[in-house]
Design a protein around this ligand. Structure first.
Ligand SMILES: Nc1nc2c(ncn2[C@@H]2O[C@H](COP(=O)(O)OP(=O)(O)OP(=O)(O)O)[C@@H](O)[C@H]2O)c(=O)[nH]1
Ligand SMILES: [Mg+2]
Length: 330
């Protein structure tokens, strides 16, 4: 018995209806307080649906060719009989309210495929919100029967960490070019990467791409102290052609199948739930704090005292947190 979600909407969503899917994602992206209950119910309903979907995160510097790669991979998968959803996390939309990622490359060919669904990055004024809404959109797409969910994010800011925490396979797309291959990959990213693909291995860049791939392999060997495990595949590819997508998909599938056999897949899914919880707590705490008049007043007062040198930041923070947890004596 549905309490807040229109039964017809959920029924149609389960049938894979695209209009229902778009409406459902709009609902989970909604920031309107009156949508909150329906949104929560919808997410729980969708989460309860067992699927064998695979969530793949794709990150890389601006212009590496992520959208082009995703479009080609998406076409390859659709032609193999799979249903593919594409989502984007664009950290710039947190600040500008506009989706740069979604606007630049529209994946026009993939968009016309019946078994593909493309959703640009949600807009949000709330930091951390865009990535979280994408997590929710993934669940909704899976309930609608999408087999593979591809999530694009640009390799700046914190968005890769967010996308890594919601995917089963995390791929870095890079390109050859003076030094930027390794420099462009931030600390901490390699440790969570499942594969590196050097894109634009075509025309007069083929050799450079191969050299870049071998540099990355050496760097990975060094960073793992020469040990062979975990072995991160490094491949070269041209997203302009459909060549090489067989190999990329085979590599992803093998990884996922192995992870399913060893139980690593389930562990990662359960980590995804944990980070969902942690992020939701932070998100809710922040929005409740921001909406609490008394706390906002206290915060403003403390900030003024700190500015005037009357209160030390640490002492101020303590008073604020005490007030928040109900330990304040005043
Ligand atoms: N030669 C060549 N060009 C490519 C390839 N893949 C992408 N490009 C070109 O590189 C440019 C950037 O491609 P996008 O797919 O928009 O790159 P992106 O990483 O999604 O960029 P942002 O979303 O802005 O971060 C476009 O002009 C593409 O046509 C490739 O395999 N070979
Ligand atoms: Mg793009």
């Amino acid at each position: 018995m549905l309490m807040n979600v229109p039964a017809e909407l959920f029924e149609k969503l389960l049938e894979g209806d695209r209009v229902a899917l778009a409406r459902s994602i709009t609902l989970v992206e909604s920031k309107r307080p009156e949508d909150y209950l329906a949104k929560q119910e919808l997410i729980e309903l969708c989460s309860g649906k067992k699927t064998s979907s695979v969530r793949i995160g794709i990150s890389g510097l601006p212009g590496a060719g992520k959208s082009t790669f995703i479009e080609q991979l998406g076409l390859y998968l659709v032609r193999s009989g799979l249903r593919v959803a594409v989502l984007a996390v664009d950290p710039s939309s947190e600040r500008t309210g506009g989706s740069i990622l979604g606007d630049k490359t529209r994946m026009e060919v993939l968009a016309t495929e019946e078994n593909a669904y493309i959703r640009p990055s949600p807009n949000s004024g709330i930091l951390g919100g865009v990535a979280e809404m994408t997590r929710e959109a993934i669940i909704v797409c899976e309930a609608a029967g999408y087999d593979v969910v591809l999530v694009e994010t640009v390799g700046v800011g914190q968005s890769e960490f967010g996308v890594h925490s919601m995917t089963d396979f995390f791929l870095i797309l890079t390109i050859s070019g003076a030094g930027d291959v390794l420099q462009g990959i931030k600390r901490g990213i390699m440790e969570m990467t499942d594969a590196v693909v050097v894109n634009k291995a075509d025309g007069d860049r083929i050799d450079a791409a191969r050299i870049a791939a071998s540099d990355i392999k050496s760097a990975l060997r060094l960073s793992t102290g020469g040990s062979v495990t975990p072995k991160i595949p490094v491949m070269t590819l041209s997203s302009l052609s459909q060549d090489g997508f067989d190999d990329v998909w085979k590599m992803i599938q093998e990884h996922v199948e192995l992870a399913r056999t060893t139980g690593a897949f389930d562990v990662r899914r359960s980590n995804q739930m944990n980070s969902w919880f942690e992020n939701a707590v932070q998100f809710l705490l922040r929005s409740r704090l921001e909406n609490d008049e008394k706390l906002t007043e206290l915060r403003d007062r403390l900030l003024e005292d700190i500015e005037m040198g009357r209160v030390h930041p640490i002492a101020g923070a303590n008073s604020y947190v005490d007030a928040l947890t109900g330990e304040a004596s005043d």
